[in-house]
Design a protein around this ligand. Structure first.
Ligand code: KIV
Length: 272
């Protein structure tokens, strides 16, 4: 077996081993250049199917095809050299049967060379998670608010607000952990429930709008950069990238219109 000398990439087992340890830092990523920047600071990058809404202007994640996930997955893999890259399985690509899920997940792994896939669902996905992990595919689970089920859930709402909803969500968490998932995203789960699940299961929980007590946190990169037009209430914007883009574009447009745009000859070389 040949071994590459390149920097070692973080693996799914490395993330699993962080249970109860230093918080796991994660962001979504859809393209090579921002992946390369984030790579220095995060433990894993998720090529989330949220790219359908964030990059392609769909109203939900449901229309996203597998090919689009693969294309963005390859871009992120080209940009990120150190962090684990996890690619989301889009709606319709894994729910039908474990064998169908394996067929598509294997395509994602082969064609992107990412280190793991993510799929949505708790109890109902237990058998599929076991089938995939037994066949060499690391799976990150995703429970609570699962956006691919938006038409059943009836909206982007916090899950487990009422105590009588807790048992089902706790069971989802337990079952995906027992099935072999190496970690689980807890999306929009009421804070005390997310904290309770985190202390109850042996795999890392990755919170998004859940609890600071989760083993790690993930945000949609465009949301935390201040680039998304609308963000969920829980999102803290760490930048004002949308405003910076608008300022730069309006300055450029002004320079072109006033013919003050500098374009001397022979300057097409790339800056050092
Ligand atoms: O698709 C996505 O970006 C996600 C995160 C919100 C966890 O699943």
């Amino acid at each position: 077996m040949s071994v590459h000398k390149d920097q070692k990439r973080i693996s799914a087992p490395d993330i699993a081993a962080r249970k109860g340890g230093d918080p796991i830092v994660a962001l979504t990523s859809y393209h090579a250049h921002t992946a390369a920047i984030a790579d220095k600071y995060v433990d894993f990058l998720l090529v989330g199917d949220s790219l359908g809404m964030v990059m392609h202007g769909f109203e939900t994640t449901l229309p996203v095809p597998l090919e689009l996930m693969i294309m963005h997955g390859r871009a992120v893999m080209r940009g990120a050299k150190r962090s684990l890259v996890v690619v989301d399985m889009p709606f319709g690509s894994y729910e039908e049967s474990p064998a169908h899920a394996f067929h598509n997940a294997a395509r994602v792994i082969k064609e992107t060379q990412c280190g793991a896939i993510k799929l949505e669902g708790g109890r109902r996905m237990g058998e599929t998670i076991r089938f995939l992990t037994d066949r060499g595919i690391p799976v990150m689970a995703h429970i609570g608010l699962t956006p691919q089920s938006i038409n059943v859930l009836g909206g982007f709402k916090t899950q487990g607000r009422k105590r009588d909803q807790w048992a089902e969500i706790e069971e989802d968490a337990r079952i995906v952990a027992e099935a072999g998932a190496f970690s689980v995203v807890l999306e929009a789960i009421a804070e005390p429930l997310a904290a309770k699940i985190t202390s109850a299961i042996p795999i890392p929980t990755i919170g998004i709008g859940a609890s600071a007590k989760c083993d790690g946190q993930i945000l949609v990169m465009e949301d935390m950069l201040g680039l998304s037009p609308r963000v969920p209430k829980f999102v803290r914007e760490f930048g004002e990238v949308g405003k910076a883009i608008e300022k730069a574009i309006s300055s450029y447009a002004m320079e072109v219109r006033t013919r003050s745009f500098p374009a001397p000859a022979n300057t097409y070389d790339v800056k050092d």
